[in-house]
Design a protein around this ligand. Structure first.
Ligand code: UDP
Ligand code: MG
Length: 326
Protein backbone atom coordinates (compact mmCIF):
# COMPACT_ATOMS: atom_id res chain seq x y z
CA UNK A 1 0.00 0.00 0.00
CA UNK A 2 2.62 2.51 1.12
CA UNK A 3 4.85 1.42 -1.76
CA UNK A 4 2.15 2.00 -4.34
CA UNK A 5 1.62 5.51 -3.10
CA UNK A 6 5.19 6.47 -3.93
CA UNK A 7 4.19 6.60 -7.58
CA UNK A 8 1.53 9.22 -7.01
CA UNK A 9 2.36 12.85 -6.60
CA UNK A 10 1.67 13.62 -2.97
CA UNK A 11 -1.72 15.14 -2.39
CA UNK A 12 -2.90 17.09 0.63
CA UNK A 13 -6.62 16.51 0.73
CA UNK A 14 -9.17 14.06 -0.62
CA UNK A 15 -12.73 15.21 -0.23
CA UNK A 16 -15.18 12.35 -0.24
CA UNK A 17 -18.74 13.44 -0.91
CA UNK A 18 -21.56 10.88 -1.02
CA UNK A 19 -24.66 12.12 -2.78
CA UNK A 20 -28.09 10.90 -3.63
CA UNK A 21 -30.28 13.18 -5.74
CA UNK A 22 -28.45 16.40 -4.97
CA UNK A 23 -28.20 17.84 -8.50
CA UNK A 24 -29.17 21.36 -7.48
CA UNK A 25 -26.56 21.64 -4.76
CA UNK A 26 -23.57 20.24 -6.63
CA UNK A 27 -22.48 23.23 -8.77
CA UNK A 28 -22.58 25.58 -5.80
CA UNK A 29 -20.82 23.07 -3.55
CA UNK A 30 -17.98 22.31 -5.96
CA UNK A 31 -17.39 25.95 -6.82
CA UNK A 32 -17.24 26.81 -3.13
CA UNK A 33 -14.81 23.99 -2.34
CA UNK A 34 -12.58 25.03 -5.21
CA UNK A 35 -12.60 28.64 -4.09
CA UNK A 36 -11.58 27.77 -0.53
CA UNK A 37 -8.92 25.19 -1.39
CA UNK A 38 -7.33 27.13 -4.24
CA UNK A 39 -7.00 30.14 -1.94
CA UNK A 40 -5.02 27.96 0.49
CA UNK A 41 -2.89 26.48 -2.26
CA UNK A 42 -3.62 22.87 -1.34
CA UNK A 43 -3.40 20.01 -3.79
CA UNK A 44 -6.64 18.11 -3.60
CA UNK A 45 -9.21 15.88 -5.26
CA UNK A 46 -12.98 16.00 -4.97
CA UNK A 47 -14.42 12.50 -5.09
CA UNK A 48 -18.14 12.67 -5.79
CA UNK A 49 -19.82 9.34 -5.18
CA UNK A 50 -23.22 9.25 -6.83
CA UNK A 51 -25.19 6.72 -4.82
CA UNK A 52 -27.53 5.71 -7.67
CA UNK A 53 -29.28 9.07 -7.99
CA UNK A 54 -32.34 9.17 -10.20
CA UNK A 55 -32.26 12.90 -10.82
CA UNK A 56 -29.64 14.32 -13.14
CA UNK A 57 -26.83 14.41 -10.56
CA UNK A 58 -24.54 12.29 -12.73
CA UNK A 59 -24.94 14.58 -15.75
CA UNK A 60 -24.15 17.53 -13.48
CA UNK A 61 -21.02 15.78 -12.18
CA UNK A 62 -19.84 15.10 -15.73
CA UNK A 63 -20.27 18.69 -16.77
CA UNK A 64 -18.66 20.02 -13.58
CA UNK A 65 -15.61 17.86 -14.24
CA UNK A 66 -14.97 19.82 -17.43
CA UNK A 67 -14.50 23.02 -15.43
CA UNK A 68 -12.91 21.55 -12.32
CA UNK A 69 -10.33 18.87 -13.18
CA UNK A 70 -9.86 17.96 -9.50
CA UNK A 71 -13.27 16.31 -9.56
CA UNK A 72 -13.56 12.59 -10.01
CA UNK A 73 -16.93 10.91 -10.08
CA UNK A 74 -17.95 7.39 -9.15
CA UNK A 75 -21.46 6.23 -9.86
CA UNK A 76 -23.37 3.32 -8.35
CA UNK A 77 -25.90 1.60 -10.58
CA UNK A 78 -28.41 1.70 -7.80
CA UNK A 79 -28.84 3.27 -4.39
CA UNK A 80 -26.74 1.38 -1.83
CA UNK A 81 -26.74 3.96 0.96
CA UNK A 82 -24.40 6.55 2.40
CA UNK A 83 -22.07 4.01 4.06
CA UNK A 84 -21.43 2.17 0.81
CA UNK A 85 -20.76 5.46 -0.97
CA UNK A 86 -18.27 6.49 1.71
CA UNK A 87 -16.55 3.14 1.59
CA UNK A 88 -15.96 3.37 -2.14
CA UNK A 89 -14.79 6.97 -1.78
CA UNK A 90 -12.36 5.91 0.95
CA UNK A 91 -10.90 3.21 -1.26
CA UNK A 92 -10.21 5.77 -3.96
CA UNK A 93 -8.86 8.53 -1.70
CA UNK A 94 -5.18 9.41 -2.20
CA UNK A 95 -4.80 12.55 -0.10
CA UNK A 96 -2.89 12.62 3.19
CA UNK A 97 -6.02 13.88 4.88
CA UNK A 98 -9.42 12.57 3.88
CA UNK A 99 -12.38 14.81 4.55
CA UNK A 100 -15.98 13.72 4.18
CA UNK A 101 -18.87 16.09 3.80
CA UNK A 102 -22.52 15.97 2.80
CA UNK A 103 -23.47 17.19 -0.63
CA UNK A 104 -26.52 19.15 0.47
CA UNK A 105 -24.64 22.32 1.45
CA UNK A 106 -25.48 21.75 5.11
CA UNK A 107 -21.74 21.48 5.81
CA UNK A 108 -19.62 24.47 4.96
CA UNK A 109 -16.42 24.03 2.88
CA UNK A 110 -14.97 26.97 4.83
CA UNK A 111 -14.22 24.49 7.63
CA UNK A 112 -11.87 22.39 5.52
CA UNK A 113 -8.61 24.30 6.14
CA UNK A 114 -9.02 24.16 9.92
CA UNK A 115 -9.74 20.43 9.86
CA UNK A 116 -6.73 19.81 7.64
CA UNK A 117 -4.39 21.85 9.81
CA UNK A 118 -5.55 20.24 13.03
CA UNK A 119 -5.00 16.72 11.67
CA UNK A 120 -1.50 17.71 10.60
CA UNK A 121 -0.43 19.84 13.55
CA UNK A 122 -2.00 17.90 16.41
CA UNK A 123 -1.23 14.59 14.73
CA UNK A 124 -4.84 13.46 15.11
CA UNK A 125 -6.39 10.34 13.59
CA UNK A 126 -9.96 11.59 13.37
CA UNK A 127 -11.69 14.92 13.81
CA UNK A 128 -15.43 14.80 13.98
CA UNK A 129 -17.54 17.87 13.33
CA UNK A 130 -19.97 19.04 15.97
CA UNK A 131 -23.03 20.86 14.71
CA UNK A 132 -23.41 22.73 17.96
CA UNK A 133 -26.14 24.96 16.66
CA UNK A 134 -28.41 22.96 14.37
CA UNK A 135 -30.93 23.93 11.78
CA UNK A 136 -33.01 20.80 11.85
CA UNK A 137 -36.54 20.15 13.14
CA UNK A 138 -36.99 19.22 16.82
CA UNK A 139 -38.17 15.72 15.88
CA UNK A 140 -34.62 15.14 14.70
CA UNK A 141 -32.56 17.02 17.26
CA UNK A 142 -34.06 15.42 20.37
CA UNK A 143 -33.60 11.75 19.35
CA UNK A 144 -30.16 12.73 18.09
CA UNK A 145 -29.15 13.90 21.57
CA UNK A 146 -30.25 10.60 23.05
CA UNK A 147 -28.49 8.64 20.32
CA UNK A 148 -25.24 10.49 20.92
CA UNK A 149 -25.42 9.96 24.67
CA UNK A 150 -25.88 6.19 24.21
CA UNK A 151 -23.09 5.98 21.67
CA UNK A 152 -20.71 7.94 23.90
CA UNK A 153 -21.41 5.64 26.78
CA UNK A 154 -21.10 2.40 24.81
CA UNK A 155 -18.06 3.38 22.78
CA UNK A 156 -16.09 5.02 25.54
CA UNK A 157 -15.40 7.96 23.23
CA UNK A 158 -16.48 10.56 25.74
CA UNK A 159 -15.31 13.67 23.95
CA UNK A 160 -17.65 13.55 20.95
CA UNK A 161 -21.03 15.27 20.98
CA UNK A 162 -22.15 14.54 17.45
CA UNK A 163 -21.26 11.14 15.99
CA UNK A 164 -23.44 11.49 12.91
CA UNK A 165 -22.00 14.75 11.59
CA UNK A 166 -21.24 14.34 7.88
CA UNK A 167 -18.22 16.61 8.12
CA UNK A 168 -15.22 14.68 9.40
CA UNK A 169 -11.52 14.51 8.69
CA UNK A 170 -9.23 11.48 8.85
CA UNK A 171 -5.66 10.55 8.36
CA UNK A 172 -5.45 8.55 5.15
CA UNK A 173 -4.33 5.45 7.03
CA UNK A 174 -7.53 5.48 9.08
CA UNK A 175 -9.92 5.29 6.13
CA UNK A 176 -7.85 2.53 4.55
CA UNK A 177 -8.12 0.47 7.72
CA UNK A 178 -11.85 0.53 8.26
CA UNK A 179 -14.78 -0.86 6.37
CA UNK A 180 -18.03 1.08 6.38
CA UNK A 181 -21.15 -0.84 5.42
CA UNK A 182 -24.85 -1.05 6.25
CA UNK A 183 -25.62 2.17 8.08
CA UNK A 184 -22.31 2.25 9.90
CA UNK A 185 -21.48 5.75 8.66
CA UNK A 186 -22.88 7.01 11.94
CA UNK A 187 -20.18 5.20 13.84
CA UNK A 188 -17.00 5.79 11.90
CA UNK A 189 -15.21 7.22 14.95
CA UNK A 190 -16.14 4.03 16.80
CA UNK A 191 -14.85 1.86 13.95
CA UNK A 192 -11.65 3.90 13.96
CA UNK A 193 -11.25 3.39 17.67
CA UNK A 194 -11.72 -0.37 17.33
CA UNK A 195 -9.08 -0.36 14.62
CA UNK A 196 -6.66 1.19 17.10
CA UNK A 197 -6.84 4.87 16.12
CA UNK A 198 -7.40 6.64 19.38
CA UNK A 199 -6.45 10.24 18.68
CA UNK A 200 -10.01 11.38 18.15
CA UNK A 201 -10.99 15.02 18.53
CA UNK A 202 -13.89 17.29 17.85
CA UNK A 203 -14.31 20.57 16.06
CA UNK A 204 -17.35 22.82 16.30
CA UNK A 205 -18.63 23.39 12.78
CA UNK A 206 -21.25 25.57 11.25
CA UNK A 207 -24.45 23.82 10.25
CA UNK A 208 -26.71 25.31 7.65
CA UNK A 209 -30.33 24.65 6.78
CA UNK A 210 -30.87 22.44 3.75
CA UNK A 211 -31.16 24.73 0.76
CA UNK A 212 -32.31 22.32 -1.95
CA UNK A 213 -33.98 18.93 -1.90
CA UNK A 214 -35.03 16.96 1.19
CA UNK A 215 -33.42 14.71 3.76
CA UNK A 216 -32.84 11.15 2.62
CA UNK A 217 -33.33 9.49 5.99
CA UNK A 218 -36.67 9.16 7.79
CA UNK A 219 -37.45 8.13 11.33
CA UNK A 220 -36.07 4.66 10.63
CA UNK A 221 -32.61 6.18 11.07
CA UNK A 222 -33.02 5.92 14.84
CA UNK A 223 -34.13 2.30 14.94
CA UNK A 224 -31.54 1.18 12.41
CA UNK A 225 -28.94 3.36 14.05
CA UNK A 226 -29.43 1.68 17.39
CA UNK A 227 -29.35 -1.84 15.97
CA UNK A 228 -26.15 -1.00 14.14
CA UNK A 229 -24.65 0.22 17.36
CA UNK A 230 -25.35 -3.16 18.95
CA UNK A 231 -23.78 -5.00 16.01
CA UNK A 232 -20.72 -2.79 16.12
CA UNK A 233 -20.12 -3.58 19.74
CA UNK A 234 -20.74 -7.23 19.37
CA UNK A 235 -18.59 -7.58 16.30
CA UNK A 236 -15.88 -5.34 17.71
CA UNK A 237 -15.65 -7.24 20.94
CA UNK A 238 -16.48 -10.83 20.11
CA UNK A 239 -16.24 -11.40 16.36
CA UNK A 240 -12.87 -13.07 16.74
CA UNK A 241 -13.91 -15.15 19.76
CA UNK A 242 -17.67 -15.73 19.74
CA UNK A 243 -17.39 -18.75 22.03
CA UNK A 244 -16.24 -16.48 24.84
CA UNK A 245 -19.52 -14.65 24.68
CA UNK A 246 -21.99 -17.43 23.92
CA UNK A 247 -20.07 -20.03 25.90
CA UNK A 248 -20.07 -17.93 29.06
CA UNK A 249 -23.75 -17.09 28.81
CA UNK A 250 -24.64 -20.67 27.90
CA UNK A 251 -22.59 -22.16 30.69
CA UNK A 252 -24.09 -19.85 33.31
CA UNK A 253 -27.61 -20.61 32.16
CA UNK A 254 -26.98 -24.36 31.93
CA UNK A 255 -25.25 -24.64 35.30
CA UNK A 256 -27.90 -22.47 36.99
CA UNK A 257 -30.66 -24.71 35.66
CA UNK A 258 -28.76 -27.84 36.62
CA UNK A 259 -28.13 -26.61 40.15
CA UNK A 260 -31.78 -25.80 40.69
CA UNK A 261 -32.86 -29.23 39.41
CA UNK A 262 -30.39 -31.05 41.64
CA UNK A 263 -31.49 -29.01 44.59
CA UNK A 264 -35.16 -29.84 43.94
CA UNK A 265 -34.35 -33.56 43.79
CA UNK A 266 -32.20 -33.48 46.92
CA UNK A 267 -34.92 -31.53 48.71
CA UNK A 268 -37.49 -34.17 47.78
CA UNK A 269 -35.24 -37.06 48.83
CA UNK A 270 -34.46 -35.53 52.21
CA UNK A 271 -38.17 -34.93 52.81
CA UNK A 272 -38.85 -38.60 51.98
CA UNK A 273 -36.04 -39.85 54.21
CA UNK A 274 -37.37 -37.78 57.10
CA UNK A 275 -40.87 -39.12 56.47
CA UNK A 276 -42.20 -35.62 55.75
CA UNK A 277 -44.81 -34.70 53.13
CA UNK A 278 -43.11 -33.96 49.86
CA UNK A 279 -43.92 -32.38 46.51
CA UNK A 280 -43.15 -33.98 43.19
CA UNK A 281 -40.32 -32.25 41.34
CA UNK A 282 -42.61 -31.90 38.34
CA UNK A 283 -45.24 -30.14 40.43
CA UNK A 284 -42.94 -27.24 41.15
CA UNK A 285 -42.85 -24.14 38.89
CA UNK A 286 -39.16 -23.68 39.68
CA UNK A 287 -38.43 -26.96 37.93
CA UNK A 288 -39.81 -25.64 34.64
CA UNK A 289 -37.77 -22.48 34.93
CA UNK A 290 -34.69 -24.63 35.52
CA UNK A 291 -35.56 -26.75 32.52
CA UNK A 292 -35.82 -23.70 30.27
CA UNK A 293 -32.48 -22.42 31.59
CA UNK A 294 -30.82 -25.74 30.76
CA UNK A 295 -32.21 -25.82 27.22
CA UNK A 296 -31.42 -22.18 26.53
CA UNK A 297 -27.94 -22.63 27.96
CA UNK A 298 -27.27 -25.59 25.74
CA UNK A 299 -28.48 -23.69 22.69
CA UNK A 300 -26.29 -20.71 23.48
CA UNK A 301 -23.36 -23.06 23.75
CA UNK A 302 -24.13 -24.55 20.34
CA UNK A 303 -24.51 -21.06 18.88
CA UNK A 304 -21.05 -20.29 20.17
CA UNK A 305 -19.66 -23.40 18.51
CA UNK A 306 -21.25 -22.60 15.18
CA UNK A 307 -20.13 -18.95 15.37
CA UNK A 308 -16.63 -20.19 16.11
CA UNK A 309 -16.70 -22.38 13.01
CA UNK A 310 -17.97 -19.47 10.93
CA UNK A 311 -15.28 -17.09 12.13
CA UNK A 312 -12.62 -19.75 11.59
CA UNK A 313 -13.60 -19.67 7.93
CA UNK A 314 -13.62 -15.88 7.64
CA UNK A 315 -10.82 -14.79 5.31
CA UNK A 316 -9.96 -11.86 7.59
CA UNK A 317 -9.67 -14.04 10.71
CA UNK A 318 -6.03 -13.11 11.03
CA UNK A 319 -6.35 -9.55 9.93
CA UNK A 320 -4.91 -7.11 12.45
CA UNK A 321 -4.18 -3.43 12.17
CA UNK A 322 -0.44 -3.09 12.40
CA UNK A 323 0.62 0.42 13.32
CA UNK A 324 4.39 0.41 12.97
CA UNK A 325 7.39 -1.82 12.41
CA UNK A 326 11.06 -1.23 12.93
N1 UDP B 1 -26.90 10.16 0.88
C1 UDP B 1 -26.38 9.15 0.09
N2 UDP B 1 -27.08 7.99 -0.07
C2 UDP B 1 -28.28 7.79 0.56
C3 UDP B 1 -28.79 8.81 1.39
C4 UDP B 1 -28.06 9.98 1.53
O1 UDP B 1 -25.30 9.30 -0.49
O2 UDP B 1 -28.86 6.73 0.38
C5 UDP B 1 -26.14 11.42 1.03
C6 UDP B 1 -26.98 12.67 0.79
O3 UDP B 1 -27.06 12.96 -0.59
C7 UDP B 1 -26.20 13.71 1.54
C8 UDP B 1 -25.69 12.91 2.75
O4 UDP B 1 -25.73 11.55 2.36
O5 UDP B 1 -25.09 14.18 0.80
C9 UDP B 1 -26.52 13.17 3.98
O6 UDP B 1 -27.87 12.91 3.72
P1 UDP B 1 -29.05 13.88 4.23
O7 UDP B 1 -28.67 15.30 4.07
O8 UDP B 1 -30.31 13.43 3.59
O9 UDP B 1 -29.07 13.49 5.77
P2 UDP B 1 -29.33 14.47 7.00
O10 UDP B 1 -28.60 15.74 6.76
O11 UDP B 1 -30.82 14.66 7.03
O12 UDP B 1 -28.81 13.69 8.18
MG1 MG C 1 -28.29 16.88 5.25
Amino acid sequence: MKFARLYFTPMDISLVIPLYNEAESLPELCAWIKRVLDAQGYSYEIILVDDGSNDNSWAVIQSLKNDIPEISGIRFRRNYGKSAALNVGFEAAQGDVVITMDADLQDSPDEIPVLFQRIKEENLDVISGWKKKRYDPLTKTIPTKLFNAVTRKMSGIHNLHDFNCGLKAYKNEVVKSIEVYGEMHRYIPVLAKWAGFTQIAEQVVEHRARKYGTTKFGFSRFVNGFLDLLSIFFVGKFAKRPMHFFGTMGMLSFLGGLAITIWLIVDKLTDISKGLAYRNVTDQPLFYIALVAIIVGFQLFLTGFIAELVSRNAPERNHYHIGDKV
